[in-house]
Design a protein around this ligand. Structure first.
Ligand code: ASP
Length: 329
């Protein structure tokens, strides 16, 4: 009887099988440093399959019976809702904690205790937190996989994965690409994760920012160690013409201790139709969003503007990651 049950649970009709021995089963996703080029190839293959399945059937039961706890200590539109959509499209369900002020966190509960409580009710926890290293800390206490959805100014690994997937879908191979990242490179966690991921490929990187928002020296050293050719600029003019990808970011207002410092750098770069006159015809224009004026809305209809498609790709990548850590891919 037991055997039959197990057999049924393994759902042989499901497209991705049930591989309890899958390498990512039960693992937390904390930093992009965990991924090899082979892992990325695999994740993107699964994401492509997810995209196809969503196009064909919309929702399917790969993660039926599984529960995701979506624990957000910071605001989120895309990450929270795309994880929810990803889980629901895979037939699972979600405990949403988007407003920690209505949870016991407001009573002073510690992160480890909140994690140990939520994992009693769920199979995987997606965590966004203002503190650098919070996901790592949570993973030390958790028995269930933790997925880092942004730890302060640290990393945002799932965003970087979807950014890379976007480059592949929109442009093709990553090798040979010149990627220019612009804006708040100091506090922008998506830039930290993406530059690390890109350093696995044969790419050239340009970093354009005001002096006070340049890429952290730690990441610069990592790029040097990997022998990635890169240049730093304070204006976009010389970096733009050769760029295949322009990755624009928001100045992270919430990270500034002194609001006057923020005022000095906000609005430094605004990408408009006129800016893109000097760009390649097949440039991929990306932004992790939200934008607060860095890309003018009159570019939204330009075929090079990939930022809304980028959001959609994020759902497929997150479906792939959920399936992987829950042993179904
Ligand atoms: N949504 C991204 C993040 O959470 C980018 C941003 O907020 O500017 O890091």
């Amino acid at each position: 009887m037991k055997n039959t049950e197990n057999k049924n649970n393994s759902s042989p009709h499901l497209p991705f099988g049930d591989q309890r021995t899958a390498p990512w089963y039960g693992k937390s996703i904390i930093s992009v440093k965990q991924f090899s080029k082979g892992d990325l190839k695999y994740i993107f293959e699964v994401a492509h399959e997810m995209r196809e399945m969503v196009g064909r059937v919309g929702t399917f039961d790969l993660l039926k019976g599984k529960i995701l706890a979506n624990l957000f200590y910071e605001p989120s539109t895309r990450t929270a809702s795309s994880f929810t959509a990803a889980m629901e499209r895979l037939g699972g369900s979600v405990i949403p904690i988007n407003e920690v002020k209505y949870s016991s966190v407001a009573k002073g509960e510690s992160l480890p205790d909140t994690i140990r409580s939520l994992e009693c009710y769920s199979d995987v926890i997606v965590l966004r937190h203002p503190d650098l290293g919070a996901s790592q800390l949570a993973a030390q206490y958790a028995r269930k996989p933790i997925i880092n959805a942004g730890d302060g100014i640290g990393e945002h690994p799932t965003q970087a994965l979807l950014d890379l997937f976007t480059i592949i879908v929109e442009r093709g191979p990553v090798d040979g690409c010149t990627v220019t990242m612009l804006g708040d490179l100091k506090y922008g966690r998506t830039v930290h994760s993406l530059s690390r991921l890109l350093s696995l490929y044969d790419v050239k990187l340009n970093f354009v920012s005001p002096d006070i928002l340049s890429l952290p020296r730690e990441i610069i050293s990592e790029l040097q160690e990997q022998k990635i050719p890169f240049q730093e600029f304070t204006d976009l003019d010389s970096a733009l013409p050769d760029s295949d990808v322009l990755y624009v970011t928001r100045v992270q207002k919430e990270r500034f201790e002194d609001p006057q410092e923020y005022e000095k750098v906000r609005g430094t770069y605004i990408i408009s139709k006129q800016t893109l006159e000097k760009a390649k015809e097949d440039l991929v224009l990306m932004h992790p969003l939200p934008r607060v004026g860095e890309i003018s809305m009159d570019l939204d209809d330009d075929p090079r503007a990939a930022y809304f498609r980028q959001m959609e790709y994020g759902m497929y990548v997150r479906m792939a990651l959920l399936a992987m850590v829950l042993g179904k891919a």
